[in-house]
Write a protein that binds this ligand. Structure first.
Ligand code: IPD
Length: 274
């Protein structure tokens, strides 16, 4: 018997909020931008590690038998059948440059305990995505809806069906691998003439939350890691968006496509990636 999703959601919000405060307060005024394109600087790596350790320690105290999968320190198996999937700073490049769109993503998944959590078969039970510079907390629980909490209170999220493709504002993102980027550029050049416009926000978890709130109409990306999308996936799904891979199967590292139920199949066709 797993604990109630509402309790897991509360815990996810609590730890993601603490980590969000840490990374926001701990960002130096000026960060020397790294020499290499793909690797963040030491100071960012240090904050990434500190954030993940804070989350790991708090979760270990609260839920000692659960597993943990984090961007920095990898997978630590638990015995409960639940694993916390954590991105301690999603949007690292924004964080590095001082752009105010980065987040802490904390999700808890039920999965086959024989191995690490697999997005093809896991069940995401609860999640929190905290955007500390906007003071916005996105959260969701399986079957219990999604909400956005900000200075004005807590608002339930409801994604609409989505507009026609020609009126759609579509967010996307790119991994750091140059070969994959060439493929992504080809997809982009096919799509760009067909949509209202594109956005590259730089934070996969917030892209998915933006779909949940109707701030963009859709989001797609290939090559994400589980910690990039686990939390935002649940927020978007619980808000009523359809979130799959490009073939309509479970979302995963090979593809995440989120949109309202009207737009989703149309965008899937336009991307022709399945
Ligand atoms: C990245 C961001 C970005 C996405 C990349 C991710 P990170 O995560 O979510 O928006 O396009 O694919 O790797 O590295 O900042 O945690």
């Amino acid at each position: 018997e797993h604990p109630a999703p509402a309790d897991l959601r509360r815990l996810a919000v609590e730890v993601a909020t603490a980590a969000g405060e840490l990374i926001c307060a701990g960002r130096p005024e000026r960060v020397e931008v790294a020499a290499t394109k793909s690797s963040p600087t030491d100071v960012v790596t240090a904050m990434d590690t500190a954030s993940e350790q804070l989350v790991r320690q708090r979760l270990r105290l609260a839920r000692p038998h659960d597993g943990f999968l984090g961007e920095e320190e990898g997978y630590e198996a638990g015995t409960s059948g639940l694993t916390w999937v954590v991105d301690p700073i999603d949007g690292t490049v924004n964080y590095l440059y001082g752009l105010r769109s980065y987040a802490v993503s904390v999700a808890v998944v039920a999965h086959d305990p024989a191995g690490p959590p697999d997005p093809a078969t896991w069940t995401v039970l609860a999640a929190a995505v905290v955007d500390p510079s906007a003071a916005e907390t996105w959260s969701a629980q399986a079957g219990g809806g999604a909400s956005l909490t900000d200075a004005r209170g807590s608002h339930p999220l409801r994604a609409g069906a989505g507009p026609a493709l020609g009126h759609a504002l579509v967010a996307t993102g790119f991994g750091y691998d140059p070969v994959r980027r060439a493929e992504q550029a080809a997809v982009l050049s096919r799509l760009l003439p067909q949509v209202r416009d594109l956005r590259r926000i730089g934070t996969a978890s917030l892209d998915l939350c933006a779909v949940a709130a109707g701030r963009v109409d859709a989001y797609y990306e290939l090559g994400l890691n589980p910690w990039d999308f686990a939390g935002g996936w649940l927020v978007a799904r619980e808000a009523g968006a359809v979130v799959t891979d490009f073939a309509g199967g479970p979302a995963g590292p090979h593809g995440v496509l989120a949109a309202g139920p009207g737009l989703h199949p149309v965008l899937r066709g336009a991307l022709a990636l399945g």
